[in-house]
Design a protein. Structure first.
Length: 316
């Protein structure tokens, strides 16, 4: 990370249109210190929160269970995290640019968070279903004894992955509005709650207990942050909840439909995999379309705008 930052500094200095001179002026660093300090602490606490489950499972259980847990964790968080990073990387600079215009920040958050919820829940639902097929087909008999454990971990860790993606979007608003300390303390509270629950969870329910704690704590903190955001943005907390209710419901319905569809038509594992993955995608999209009037921004309106924009570019 240090080497990457150094290379980026050198390249940006050479490519900058303005002149740059070497200086010992530390005033700009002092101005950023109070802001960046909280972000630095947040990254440390968040690292502890992400890895504490691995540490407890690795120390209290066996390496095979840790391997299954790690595989399930990667499958349910890697893709949602990658999808979220595209939007999240833009949110901090955009919100920072309009931070003095609260109405614009409010509208910008609602639109971006609404789009993020539709995308992230959809991606999370798909890979929650696809992960089971990967485990049963690719790993096959060698890991067959852990199939039930792997499948039981997926819903909880998918919940954690989706909430983590949401958290990345929310952190940009906290930081842009000059409240990084509030965000850091919310992460600390989540980490403390996790530490209090994870030890009894791993002792009584093994890896499943850890996954359940991760998912449950993440959902609980989403509720807490929605109340904080409602005060910061001066908007009703129900307005923020409404941005995620419809996508979350569509995701649950899609996963349930894909799960129920397995074995109904064929007993072949490849056939079940294809069927389940088609069902989860079709069901999720169909549910979103059916309840599009309750979703903000309306996905059908977004598609129409995208089509109009693409046709205009094509004709131009």
């Amino acid at each position: 990370m240090l080497v990457s930052s150094l290379i980026g500094l050198i390249i940006s200095t050479f490519l900058s249109r303005e002149g740059r001179e070497f200086t010992f002026n530390l005033k700009p660093l002092k101005d950023l210190q109070s802001f960046s300090f909280w972000i630095f602490l947040t990254s440390i606490v968040y690292y502890l929160y992400i890895n504490v489950g691995n540490w407890f499972i690795g120390s209290l259980l066996d390496v095979q269970i840790l391997a299954v847990y790690t595989l399930a964790f990667k499958f349910t968080t890697m893709f949602t995290g990658e999808a979220a990073s595209i939007i999240n990387r833009m949110m901090l600079p955009v919100f920072s640019h309009i931070q003095d215009d609260l109405p614009r920040v409010r509208v910008g958050f609602q639109k971006s968070f609404g789009i993020l919820a539709v995308v992230i829940v959809g991606v999370g639902s798909f890979f929650c279903v696809a992960a089971q097929d990967y485990f049963t087909i690719v790993l096959a008999e060698k890991w067959a004894v852990y199939t039930e454990l792997f499948i039981s971990l997926l819903p909880w860790l998918t919940l954690w992955g989706v909430c983590s993606a949401f958290a990345g979007a929310q952190s940009g608003v906290f930081q842009a509005l000059g409240k990084p300390s509030r965000w850091m303390w919310s992460v600390v509270a989540k980490c403390v709650l996790m530490l209090l629950l994870v030890l009894p969870a791993v002792r009584f329910y093994d890896a499943l207990g850890v996954a359940a704690v991760l998912g449950s704590v993440s959902v609980a903190m989403q509720f807490v942050r929605y109340f904080i955001l409602s005060r910061m943005l001066q908007v009703s907390v129900l307005t923020i909840f409404s941005l995620v209710i419809a996508p979350a419901g569509a995701g649950i319905i899609a996963i349930a439909a894909a799960t129920l569809s397995r074995g109904l038509i064929t007993s072949n594992v490849w056939g079940q995999a294809v069927l389940a993955n088609i069902v989860v995608v079709v069901t999720y999209i169909a549910t979103l379309v059916a309840f599009s009037q309750f979703i903000y921004p309306n996905p059908l309106h977004l598609l129409k705008q995208a089509r109009t924009y693409a046709m205009g570019k094509f004709k131009g």
